[in-house]
Write a protein that binds this ligand. Structure first.
Ligand SMILES: Nc1ncnc2c1ncn2[C@@H]1O[C@H](COP(=O)(O)OP(=O)(O)OP(=O)(O)O)[C@@H](O)[C@H]1O
Ligand SMILES: [Mg+2]
Length: 247
């Protein structure tokens, strides 16, 4: 078993009187690709936000790349985030700057990076997400799938060792969604990046990830590859899988 890139130890999180996570514990090994599944509102996005310190646990600890996220000061946290890529559910690009500048943004925030190096890296990323030659386009002039790909390129700009992706295929047609999947697969293979994907799309989860975690009621209901989940006798797992294949 590989060393853990991410470790949750009895993590609890509530909002007001609503408990979302209940002493949730799990590990994701370095270089592994794991999908987090679950019904809407089960805390999938909250789980990702805990990983990058956008939210803090009420109790328990979140370790990422051997650091306890809650123990980090502002500079420690930004140092950790430099090693992480995060693609939000909404895939928001900055509307007032070009696609190329959006992708360059994380690099420009680092000091000591020269202009030609940034330009080369952005061109490389644009090729990688099949947006060659679109440097100067404005986000408003892109389709939904192109925006998603541009946002993915931005999250890859600093070559993250941990990549968190929230619903990469939401709102995309099946072909575009498969293209995003292919990209994530190649990133996982090439760079030994640890990838955590939140998705409602089981075929996509199966293509990209070695393993799936099904969240339910603030806890892990099942974990394993698709075959293991399909072999489960658990009513909740069965119901989840049948609802997915049905619609
Ligand atoms: N910052 C917040 N303040 C208050 N409540 C929140 C906050 N973030 C999340 N929640 C609540 O926590 C619950 C879990 O939210 P989360 O976004 O993690 O769901 P999800 O599993 O990602 O769902 P979906 O599949 O619809 O994206 C929801 O009830 C949500 O309203
Ligand atoms: Mg979500």
């Amino acid at each position: 078993m590989s060393e853990a890139a991410i470790r949750f130890e009895k993590v609890s999180k509530s909002f007001g009187s609503r408990t979302i996570l209940k002493e949730l514990s799990f590990e994701i090994g370095k270089g592994d690709s794991v999908a987090i599944l679950g019904r809407s509102g089960t805390g999938k996005s909250v789980t990702l936000k805990l990983m990058i310190g956008l939210l803090e646990p009420d109790a328990g600890d979140v370790f990422v790349l051997d650091r306890n996220v809650a123990d980090l000061d502002a500079s420690g946290l930004s140092e950790l985030r430099r090693e992480m890529g995060f693609l939000f559910q909404s895939a928001a690009l900055f509307d007032s700057i070009s696609v190329g500048e959006n992708i360059a943004f994380p690099m420009r925030r680092q000091s000591k990076v020269d202009e030609s190096e940034i330009r080369d890296r952005v061109e490389e990323l644009l090729r990688q997400v099949k947006l060659d030659g679109e440097y100067d386009k404005m986000p408003a002039d892109l389709s939904g799938g192109m925006k998603k790909r541009a946002a993915l390129a931005r999250s890859l700009a600093l070559r993250p060792s941990v990549l968190l992706v929230d619903e990469p295929s939401a709102g995309l047609d099946p072909i575009t969604s498969e293209e995003i999947d292919e990209l994530l697969i190649s990133i996982g293979e090439e760079d030994e990046t640890t990838i955590v994907i939140v998705t409602h799309n089981i075929p996509s989860a199966r293509r990209i990830c070695d393993e799936m975690i099904l969240l339910d009621g603030g806890l892990i209901r099942a974990r394993g590859d698709l075959a293991a989940l399909e072999a489960s006798d658990d009513e909740v797992v069965k119901k989840f899988l049948s609802s997915q294949s049905g619609g």
